[in-house]
Write a protein that binds this ligand. Structure first.
Ligand SMILES: Nc1ncnc2c1ncn2[C@@H]1O[C@H](COP(=O)(O)OP(=O)(O)OP(=O)(O)O)[C@@H](O)[C@H]1O
Ligand SMILES: [Mg+2]
Length: 419
């Protein structure tokens, strides 16, 4: 009996067998791009490959000269019977935001990722109607007139929502067409703004106690030199402010240490039961002073998680201190096990204080955010406690859930995965 007829091996399949597994998929993709883009000539692909390689668009693509492979295969006789739509669909679905423009600056092609950045389909439209930013039109005109062949710049797109886009414009070969690749860099801008905010906030937080200390020292050196009664009062204030600065620096160091280890998941196995007990013990005198009874009910059995003991202790210490500081005098505080889906452990620290305005809840874990700054400072708070908790939990692949009802109290649930 004859063996079943094997499928005819086309040029694409031949290329597949010649490359390793990783390059196989990419090569095939490249081939399809090549086939589809044949009418543009290989220069167009070269320009797109150039945009990719330039880092104008950074992709988590495996290594492999896939565009080169595409061009090589495209150089072979073009099969007219290949359904063009299929290949165009592949090109459109590349994880890249790019447009191609003809010599009249009209859009001839738009990838799916580029569509996501635009209000409506740009194909057939003049580039000035697609992006209102004058910088885009000017750069496209420069490229089409031959003044520049490769340009990268940033501009702000206002619709469908405000975004910072980085555009790279390339002219393929000698053609009078351009490839316009886009990258959304809004997140980078946001991070830059956050970094600047952080430095400004940290400096401000340090300057306030510093100003108080230097004022007191000047007074002690001058008018209060012989004023024994006030001298003790001023020295008391200096001691308090120095302690505040020391706490702030400790918290900042703690935060940066945890951030540096953000990608290193702790490996030790820890039982949360003794950790919670230790945190309760460490805050017992503060709770007694404020008249808070702390009820702990963690159910039966060990509560094992993968974690760093000191950092887990820091989480519960801050949450219980917060419940004492902001949960109202003489109000009970509960530490309870919360039911979780399989593979998770949840422990809630609940208070019966004033609660938090729901619009402010998402901001609680921001660095230096306090609902009431004066109250927090008067209680020795730096506003970094919950930011540290969040970072520790991120490193532990866990999370913090906050629920609060104004007039009833707040509940902070620590969720951690089991080993
Ligand atoms: N249980 C709570 N009830 C009401 N408000 C809270 C509670 N916990 C935190 N907050 C609010 O969130 C803010 C941030 O808390 P966070 O623990 O980050 O800082 P802090 O307690 O002010 O300072 P630190 O923890 O560094 O001593 C607090 O200033 C407070 O306004
Ligand atoms: Mg705190």
């Amino acid at each position: 009996m004859e063996p079943p007829a094997r499928k005819k091996t086309g040029p694409l399949m031949k290329a597949v067998t010649a490359t390793r597994m990783r390059d196989m998929a990419l090569g095939a993709l490249g081939a399809m791009i090549g086939a589809w883009a044949a009418p543009f000539g290989s220069a167009m692909l070269g320009a797109l490959a150039g945009v990719l390689a330039s880092g104008g668009l950074r992709l988590a693509m495996p290594k492999g000269n896939w565009l080169g492979e595409g061009e090589r295969l495209a150089a072979r006789p073009h099969k007219r019977d290949r359904p063009q739509e299929r290949e165009q669909a592949v090109l459109e679905s590349l994880p890249l935001a790019f447009l191609m423009l003809d010599e009249g600056a009209q859009v001839t092609f738009c990838s799916t990722d580029a569509h996501a950045l635009l209000v409506r389909d740009p194909v057939g439209q003049h580039i000035s109607a697609v992006f209102r930013a004058p910088a885009v039109l000017a750069a496209v005109n420069r490229s089409l007139s031959g003044e520049t062949r490769d340009e990268t710049f940033e501009f702000t797109a206002l619709r469908p929502r405000t975004r910072h886009l980085r555009a790279t414009i390339r002219v393929p070969g000698r053609e009078k067409r351009v490839v316009l690749a886009l990258q959304d860099v809004s997140q980078v801008h946001r991070l830059d703004a956050m970094r600047m905010d952080f430095v400004a906030n940290a400096s401000h937080e340090l300057r306030t106690p510093l100003a108080a200390i230097s004022g007191m020292v000047e007074t002690l050196q001058g008018p209060a030199r012989n004023d024994t009664a006030n001298r003790d009062r001023f020295l008391g204030i200096i001691t308090r402010e120095v302690a505040r600065m020391a706490r702030l620096v400790d918290d900042l160091l703690s935060l940066s240490r945890i951030e540096l280890q953000a990608n290193v998941t702790p490996t030790a196995q820890e039982d949360l039961r003794p950790i919670v007990a230790e945190a309760v013990g460490a805050t017992a005198s503060l709770a007694a002073e404020n008249g808070n009874d702390i009820h702990v009910d963690l159910g039966e059995g060990a509560l094992i998680v993968r974690g760093d003991r000191d950092e887990l202790l820091q989480i519960f210490h801050n949450l219980i201190s917060n419940a004492i500081k902001y949960g109202g005098a003489d109000q009970p505080i509960e530490i309870l096990r919360k039911a979780q889906p399989e593979g998770w452990i949840g422990i809630a620290v609940r208070d019966h204080g004033e609660g938090i305005d729901p619009t402010l809840v998402p901001r609680l874990t921001e660095r230096f955010f306090r609902v009431n700054k004066r109250e927090s400072i008067s209680r020795g708070g730096t506003g970094l406690g919950l930011a540290i908790v969040k970072h520790i939990l991120t490193r532990h692949r866990g999370e913090l859930q906050i629920t609060s009802t104004v007039g009833e109290g707040s509940s902070f649930t620590v969720r951690l995965p089991t080993p």
